[in-house]
Design a binder for this molecule. Structure first.
Ligand SMILES: C[C@](O)(CO)[C@H](O)COP(=O)(O)OP(=O)(O)OC[C@H]1O[C@@H](n2ccc(N)nc2=O)[C@H](O)[C@@H]1O
Ligand SMILES: Nc1ncnc2c1ncn2[C@@H]1O[C@H](COP(=O)(O)OP(=O)(O)OP(=O)(O)O)[C@@H](O)[C@H]1O
Length: 306
């Protein structure tokens, strides 16, 4: 906790789905998933303070306003704070400031990260000491990706993506991320996959076994070969330019490339940190994405810092 018990600072990572197998549409509007989540060192930071009323403000690292993120009651971080406050009554309103590096509507679970960060920060600020499994259950109510943002590392996700079991790998992966010009909304991408499947039956990615044995082998070439995402065809169908970005990353020397989650961020796996820096420079020069970042993982989930 920084300075006094009046303020808590939390850091929370973005995710990439190394493997994302999507089942058919369920009656409740969700799809069963089998996925391998992987947290990378691209972080949102939250500062949460006691205040007279609940508020959420989101800025970029340069303190500029961030487009596309709701400021009020619809912000996932504010929803998380109010959800926790409702269950644990000895609490007060909070002002949440988010410094956002995770791309908005980018397929890297940015909103989910902020919700997880707010849960951890409010729990510390209010001294509620919520057991970890209870916090994970509240996280799952807020969104399918929120439990993983709490936990981080590498994990297999099943159910809606909210049921997690850790993957014990020490293998460090080096990535180049291509950020899209425009976001994609997650429900639209799942809907497009349903439409493509009704019209044709496109190929489906295999289960997680190949990816898990590739991670256990510590062979980055095998991990690259095992990357896969059932939502990729749907994201490309909605944003055809992504095909060119994927080709450009591979031509720049990446070992493998995928659309991250529901997109449009593209994630390129590279042989080493140096290779990632080289691929990033070359990919940036192709003009096929809005901007380019390097990242590596796995990293832990939402944590109090400072
Ligand atoms: C694409 C992924 O990022 C992969 O990890 C996640 O599945 C998305 O997780 P999320 O953004 O936390 O999604 P939620 O907020 O739970 O759901 C938003 C919408 O996405 C669709 N959705 C989400 C998760 C899931 N397993 N099946 C779905 O069909 C549904 O239309 C749902 O209404
Ligand atoms: N704190 C937040 N940060 C970003 N978006 C938020 C937040 N709260 C609510 N939203 C809304 O959620 C929508 C999805 O944004 P988000 O950045 O979480 O997408 P995403 O990373 O593609 O999600 P996922 O990868 O979990 O499917 C946005 O349209 C935005 O309006």
């Amino acid at each position: 906790m920084s300075r006094s018990t009046q303020e808590v600072r939390v850091r929370v990572p973005a995710k990439i789905n190394l493997l994302l197998a999507v089942g058919d549409l369920r009656p409740d509007g969700y799809h069963d998933l089998v996925t391998v989540f992987h947290a990378v060192d691209l972080f949102d930071e939250l500062v949460v303070r006691l205040a007279d009323r609940h508020s959420v403000r989101t800025v970029s690292p340069g303190s500029k306003a961030v487009a596309g993120v709701p400021a009020g009651a619809r912000n996932l971080a504010g929803m998380a704070a109010r959800r926790l406050a409702k269950e644990y009554r000895a609490t007060g309103p909070v002002a949440i400031e988010i410094t956002k590096q995770i791309p908005v509507a980018g397929g890297m679970a940015g909103g989910s990260a902020d919700a997880a960060g707010a849960l951890v920060a409010c729990d510390r600020l209010w001294g509620t000491d919520v057991p970890r499994d209870r916090l994970a259950a509240i996280a799952a109510e807020l969104g399918s990706d929120v439990p993983f943002a709490l936990r981080g590392g590498t994990a297999v996700g099943t159910g809606r993506g909210n049921l997690l079991s850790p993957v014990l790998t020490r293998m460090q992966l080096h990535w180049v991320l291509g950020l899209g010009h425009e976001g994609l909304l997650t429900p639209a991408v799942f809907g497009e996959l349903d439409r493509l499947r009704a019209a044709g039956d496109p190929p489906r990615v295999p289960g997680v076994e190949d990816m898990l044995s590739a991670l256990a082998s510590h062979d980055v070439h095998r991990v690259a070969a095992a990357l896969g995402n059932d939502l990729q065809a749907a994201a490309i169908s909605l944003q055809p330019g992504l095909r060119r970005t994927l080709q450009a990353g591979l031509q720049a020397g990446a070992l493998g490339g995928i659309v991250s989650g529901s997109g449009p961020t593209t994630a390129f796996l590279c042989e080493s940190a140096q290779a990632a820096a080289d691929v990033a420079t070359e990919l940036a020069g192709t003009g096929t994405c809005r901007s380019v970042r390097v990242a590596s993982g796995p990293v832990p989930g939402a944590r109090v810092i400072g």
